[in-house]
Design a protein around this ligand. Structure first.
Ligand code: PMP
Length: 354
């Protein structure tokens, strides 16, 4: 094989062992080098392809750990019900696992999330309850409603993904070690955004334990308090603006994120204009059909690379796929209403449906 071809892909059978059911097939995702951005920054930009998980997102890992730990602790028994408050992806992971292990699944979701996630959850057999998107402090917030429902049902658990630290343990025990192995320990920077904070915290805790010199930078969209919290910890938490991203952005320091508070070296604010540009760029230049939180993570990886300078290895996460957001992220009307169409090159705009 010529050197030229070898640069772009390797051929032959990839060695993947047989998985014992879907639970065993969660994790061990590829780490993809993003060529165009690596060349641009003179760094290696690596992205963990979490959309390749069984349920199609990074949240399969947390879902599996939350369920397995509840079984181990005797809280979840055969035929039981898993109740969770979720932006969708954790619920999708839980619904797959519930089907495989013989549980029922009840999902509380804010009514602002994509139709694709809601439809998928229903196809998977989960009972979906859409509730108004009110802040965490409000007793009608989807998480509190999920908790109350779990308490009212026999043999049911509430996943409590925001404050149940089995969520970040999944990333401490799987995502972090995979990144370490896949890079042969050559990581200089790690960045991603936070919803529950499980991914960011679990991976940061693992990587810092392996090498305290690794820069851990949290990334944040508009409407979230995390960026300001790390820039000015003494100021009160304040929400400003809103974002097209789903599944990320937070109004408080969750118990999961708490584990990484002392490990955060930098915090990066990413506006939606940069996120949408990157989302289309990754699609048309790299063949990566990723959701908005993933595109935001990639922007953050580029910013971190620019801060650290040439020659560094930066890792981030591709949390899910754009198949979950096709009706909005690829609609001309929707992008126009959000004031974002103008950021896309003309040739991309022409491809879009109304
Ligand atoms: N991206 C997407 C699309 C998500 O659904 C989530 C989880 N809500 C995240 C990122 C954030 O992951 P975590 O909860 O581990 O912070």
């Amino acid at each position: 094989m010529s050197l030229l071809i070898k640069r772009f892909y390797s051929t032959g059978i990839k060695n993947r062992a047989i998985a014992n059911g879907i639970c065993d097939a969660i994790g061990n995702t590829p780490l993809i080098r993003i060529g165009s951005l690596s060349e641009q920054t003179k760094c290696n930009i690596y992205a963990k392809a979490e959309f390749m998980n069984v349920g199609g997102s990074v949240k399969d890992r947390a879902a599996l750990y939350i369920i397995r730990k509840a079984e181990e602790e005797g809280k979840l028994k055969p035929g039981g019900t898993i109740v969770e408050g979720t932006a969708g992806n954790t619920g999708i992971g839980m619904a797959h696992i519930a089907n495989a292990l013989g549980y029922k699944c009840v999902i509380y979701m804010p009514n602002t999330q994509s139709a694709e996630k809601v439809n998928l959850l229903r196809s998977l057999g989960a009972q979906v309850k859409l509730v108004p998107a009110v802040p965490f402090e409000d007793p009608q917030n989807y998480n509190h409603q999920a908790k109350r429902e779990a308490e009212s049902l026999p043999n049911a658990i509430w996943g409590n993904q925001f404050d149940n630290v089995h969520n970040r343990l999944a990333h401490f025990e799987t995502t972090g070690p995979e990144i370490w192995q896949q890079t042969n320990g050559k990581v200089d920077g790690w960045t991603c955004s936070t919803g529950t904070g499980g991914t960011f915290a679990g991976v940061s805790m693992y990587l810092k334990q392996k090498n305290p010199k690794i820069t851990c930078a949290v990334a944040d969209p508009p409407g979230s308090v995390i960026y300001n919290y790390f820039k000015n910890p003494s100021l009160p938490l304040k929400r400003e603006g809103s974002s097209i991203t789903e599944g990320i952005g937070q109004g408080r320091i969750t118990d999961n994120l708490q584990g990484a508070v002392s490990l955060v070296d930098d915090s990066l604010f990413i506006p939606d204009s940069e996120t949408i540009q990157m989302l289309y760029r990754m699609l048309y230049q790299e063949g990566l059909f990723i959701g908005a939180s993933s595109a935001l993570n990639v922007v953050a990886a580029v910013k971190l690379a620019e801060k650290l300078g040439p020659g560094h290895n930066i890792v981030t996460v591709l949390a899910d796929s754009a198949t979950r957001y096709q009706t909005n992220l690829f609609s001309k009307n929707w992008l126009t209403n959000k004031g974002l169409l103008q950021y896309l090159p003309n040739e991309y705009q022409q491809q879009l449906n109304q």
